[in-house]
Every structure is written in C-alpha cells, then in structure tokens.
Ligand binder design. Sequence first.
Ligand code: NDP
Length: 354
Amino acid sequence: QPKNLSPQVFTSMMKGSMSISVNRQILLNSRPQGEPKPEDFRLVETKAPVLGEGQVLCRTIYLSLDPYMRGRMGSAKNYAKPVEIGGVMEGRTLGEVIHSNHQDFAEKDLVLGPGGWQEYFSLPGQALHRVNPEWKPISTSLGVLGMPGVTAYTGLLNIGKPQQGETVVVAAASGAVGSVVGQIAKIKGARAVGIAGSTDKCQYVTDELGFDACINHKGENFSEQVEAACPEGIDVYFENVAGMVFETVLPFFNNFARIPVCGTIAIANATELPSGPNQIHMLLRQILTKRLNFKGFIVSDFSDQEEEALTTMAGWIRKGKLRYREDFVDGLEQAPVALIGLLKGANFGKLVVR
Ligand code: NDP
C-alpha cells in the first residue's frame, strides 16, 4: 500500500483494477507517410488501469472514429498535440462505470470522455460527462447529439448564417457533420445541396435527409452538375473536404458568400503540394472581388453554445426534422482499418466502433 493513501482508498483502487484482468489497447506504432496503413497501429494487451483517487474506471461500449485522428497521428503543427509514438490512440468514448473513486459517479453509470482506443479506461471524474438518458440510442451522444452535431450547428449558424431562399452547399453530405449541416439549412428556409461520394449516398441525402439535390463528386461532369444544382449560385459553402471539390465549387460562389472552413479531409494524407499552376493568386482575387468571407473554426470555439445546440437538435430529432445514420464496426481490432476507410469515404454515416 503506498504511504500517501488511506487504507479505504487503497482497497477501493485494488478492487477497481482487480475486477478486470486484461486491457486491450491500440497504440500509434509509427507516423504514417501519406495514407495510414494497418502497420501504423499496434494492438497490445496490458494490465488493467489502476484506479487513482478521484478517478473512475470504465468499460468502453462505443469508440467514436473521426477524421481529426489522422492529424493526431502526424507530427505536423496542428491545433492539438499529436499522439506520441507508442501512446494510446486518442478518441472519444462512451463507457459504463465499473468502479468509481469519484463522488459524482457510481457503478453502471453511462459516461462520455476522452477514453481513447482501448477496452477499459480510467479518467479523473472531472473529465467525464454523464450520458443524457433521454437521448436514445445512446450512441448518438458521439454523433448527431455529440461533437459532430455541435460542429455542424455552430459552424453553420455562426459563420454560414443561412438565410431564407439562399443556397447552402456541403460536401461529405451523408456523414456525421455534413448531414446535419444540410438539414439545418433546410430548417432555416435555405436550399440544401449536398456533395457525396456515391450514388447510394446521394440518394440517401435527397430521399431520406430531404436535401434539394446531391451530386456525386466521383461521377461524370461534376462541375456542370454543381452549376445545374445551384442555378442562383452558392451563398454558403460549408467546407468539409477541400481538394478537387473546393476547386470545383469556387467559381459558383456569389458575392458576399460565407464559407465556414470546418475540415480538409481530401488533403489529410497529402505529402506534397498538388501539381499544376499555383492557384493562390486566383483564390485571393476571388475573395477580393466577390468579398468572400472565409472563416476557419474548431468546435471548441463555440463551447458556450454546446448545450443550446444539443437541446435544440434533440428537439428536432423528436419532431422528425433531423435524421441521422450511424455506421458501426464491431470490435476494437477493427478500428485501424475503419479509420483508414473513413479517410477514403468507406463509411456511410457516423462511424462508431462497438
Ligand atoms: P464523415 O462521417 O463525413 O466521413 C468523412 C467523409 O469525407 C467520407 O465519408 C467521404 O465522404 C468524405 N471524403 C473523404 N475523402 C474525400 C475526398 N478526397 N474528397 C471528397 N470527400 C472525401 O466525417 P465527419 O462528418 O466526422 O467530418 C467531416 C469533416 O468535418 C472532416 O473534414 C472533419 O475533419 C471535419 N470536422 C471538423 C471539426 C472542427 O471542429 N472544425 C469537428 C468535426 C469534424 P464521401 O464518400 O461522401 O465523399
């Protein structure tokens, strides 16, 4: 027993860590060059986490897989620190409390926190939030009623500011963020045009989510199709992808268009600048002459609006105005291949490891 711990706390710690024998974790094995490969990850079995004072031990039920994880695997300067080589891959998790040394949590509570890619995690109570029991299924706390939903809501309403009758375009339109962006645009009285990577995804976006149009960026005559779907030009372009999709929509921006810059997944694996002429001058010219308003944001910039966003979206879901789709993979060991797939559009809806 360590000297600085009371017998009660020590017994409690041991009880927590003895209730499980082995923890499986996925570590960052190497920094990817370009597209991540399965060898960049390593599955290990370790001892159960030891429960410290004020900490809570949880069994992971769901692990959210998100595009930002590619950024954490590299060493390039970013808005957050990279995962260390040999460190547990970062990720938001939904878990069940197995043992608690924190007064706010008890066994069997369902909690959310940055548990990482592992079957069991222990975190200080302050790092955890209770899952809202009214939001079912509980996995939505990682998607439409979690970080991606709040990203769509705050980015679109604070920066995009869609007005009645305007045209809002969003790519990755069947995914966690894009699907919510287009549906909120419709709720606000705008036209919603999605861009997605397959006929099936486009069909879902128009038929199930109610967008006015959706264009397959892998299909033929992409540019002509964008033009046809946006006869009055584009007033809000919610940037989720960058790359070829951005280059294609740029000429159709109207004067004073707003462009919330949320993500650049199409260039996440890029190792060098694209070939061809440098287009920065042309972009600046467009920004000037059309008085375009580009603004990058990270969801945490709007943390003071999180509760309002979640309550409003939960209401829309109850009324059938906001729909969502989840894409589950089973087993922690599937997480690397699933993340590699997400970066190429293999997911269809919010990607979650069960
Ligand atoms: P999604 O569930 O939409 O999955 C990613 C999708 O991106 C893929 O399914 C694919 O859809 C699309 N995609 C991948 N590669 C390309 C490509 N080369 N060209 C065009 N589309 C591509 O992910 P999320 O909804 O979780 O995230 C969407 C974006 O939002 C990401 O860029 C992410 O980084 C960003 N984000 C930013 C946050 C912030 O705070 N700023 C917070 C959360 C997310 P398809 O097959 O339809 O092309």
